[in-house]
Design a protein around this ligand. Structure first.
Ligand SMILES: [Fe+2]
Length: 466
């Protein structure tokens, strides 16, 4: 029997009757004020019909505790006065145990990449619990460990967050009925593990507390920033997701892959109807879709035919592996202007134009944020698969030949900030100098792209004329 009042000693207050667009400060105390927390700061959304000049969103994803330092969270915290929200697109925690732990085999490729990194620059951080999370107690301990990180806690202290879980809040590459990395024989029923992971998530992240297990799994919702933008948050992980198609390994595999993915759905029909209606009826200028996994195909049959090495970049867990849903959402965007998609998941920054309408205009701009620490395509190629820089460059060139992909960077961990005004959206990407050095919190400004209102294109800031 679940005691719904047990929330792992976390505290949430759902404060009512706040003023819109207002900064509030708060503090908790115990023992009649003898012990006080730090003073927190938050900011309420503007009224739905309010005219808003500008909003700025810092987008983050994928914080692998044992792989590096969360200094990117600290850098965002330093910029809090220029930001409205932190948008976390998933993998707030990772469920993995320590490499060489009792069950470190669960992530063989991750382990290889992690060990290669540690041999060069020891991070010296260990997971708690040391083994892979399965039970409620495991996940709670993992969140408690994460919340010992000063950068993470500081970013929570200074800004409101909008958060959605992806797979690693429970288990790698999950779908509605299971996950390849979940073994019911040793880890019990999949649904119990989902309930445990998502319950701990609800307890520890800023989100309204739900107290019934079924409610742990409704994550799609929308937030309006006056008439300037509406943030439409999708759940592509826990609501009606079909099992991933098998990974194609050759151009010939595409025939089967295309057949399987043509009917694959990444979300339930009710949610798809909800977002279709949202896009059609939103009164906000910018329709911003917050989404866990890449929407746009980064590699197509032509890319693979031209360069067989790019087959490894086909991501069956992304929308590219769920063509039924991808086509439905494209149809929903057909007659809607100014759609921006914000995505995480692939630990590698991408800027993309979302396919093309019949008139040649893209459907939307997709700005993929990189990871806070998790190894990206560069580290997987280098340390996981032993691919050297020359071949890496050839792969990058092949991907850049895709009409969808404007840019990608193999080695970059950090975040991006998207800023919205009536005329344009700018996307400024940041990469940390060294996520393996706790004493080095320096970052560099990477790309700056612009989407002018009415274009859906991704243009370098220096060339934009909105
Ligand atoms: Fe991730």
């Amino acid at each position: 029997m679940v005691d719904v009042n047990d929330v792992d000693y976390t505290v949430k207050v759902d404060v009512k009757q706040l003023e819109p667009a207002t900064v509030y400060y708060y503090q908790f105390s115990v023992a009649k004020g003898a012990v006080k927390t730090a003073v927190g700061r938050t900011k309420t959304l503007p009224a739905e019909d309010a005219a808003v000049d500008k909003i700025a969103i810092a987008s983050v994803s994928c914080a692998y505790y044992a792989y590096g330092e969360f200094t990117a969270y600290g850098k965002i915290a330093e910029k809090y006065e220029d930001l409205d929200i932190v948008l976390h697109l998933g993998d707030y925690i990772y469920e993995y145990g320590n490499v060489n732990g009792a069950d470190g085999t669960e992530s063989a490729l991750f382990s290889k990449v992690l060990l290669a990194q540690q041999s060069r620059a020891p991070v010296g951080k260990s997971m708690l619990p040391p083994t892979t999370c399965v039970s409620l107690e495991d996940y709670r301990q993992r969140y408690a460990l994460y919340h010992t990180d000063v950068n993470l806690v500081e970013l929570h202290r200074v800004l409101p967050w909008i958060v959605v879980p992806d797979d690693h809040e429970v288990v790698d590459n999950g779908y509605e009925d299971g996950a390849a990395a979940h073994d019911p024989a040793t880890q019990g029923p999949y649904q119990l593990r989902v309930n445990a992971g998502l319950r701990a998530w609800h307890e520890w992240v800023p989100n309204r507390q739900f107290r019934a297990p079924a409610a742990y799994q409704r994550f799609y919702r929308a937030f309006q920033f006056g008439t300037l933008a509406e943030l439409i948050m999708l759940d592509t992980r826990y609501d009606g997701r079909d099992k991933q198609a098998p990974q194609p390994t050759s151009a010939d595999d595409f025939v089967d892959y295309a057949k399987i993915t043509a009917t694959n759905k990444i979300m339930g029909d009710v949610q798809m109807a909800w977002i279709t209606d949202k896009l059609a009826t939103s009164t906000a200028q910018w329709k911003v879709i917050g989404n866990q996994v890449p929407f746009t195909d980064t590699v197509d049959i032509k890319t693979v035919a031209a360069n067989p090495l790019t087959i490894a970049l086909i991501n069956t867990d992304s929308w590219a592996g769920y063509k039924a849903s991808q086509q439905q959402l494209l149809a929903a965007m057909e007659n809607v202007q100014d759609v921006i998609i914000l995505t995480g998941d692939i630990h590698t920054p991408f800027a993309m134009q979302v396919f093309q309408k019949a008139n040649g205009q893209p459907y939307a701009a997709e700005y993929v944020t990189t990871s806070i620490t998790s190894p990206g395509i560069g580290e997987f190629a280098q340390d996981g698969l032993g691919i050297g820089p020359a071949i890496q460059n050839i792969i990058v060139d092949a991907v850049l030949a895709s009409p969808n992909v404007v840019n990608l960077e193999l080695f970059c961990h950090g975040y991006h900030i998207t800023t919205y005004t009536a005329t344009e959206v700018t996307a400024q990407y940041y990469c940390m100098d060294d996520i393996h050095d706790p004493t080095n919190a320096a970052e560099r400004e990477s790309w700056k792209y612009v989407t002018c209102s009415g274009t859906n294109t991704v243009v370098e800031a220096a060339d934009a004329a909105c």
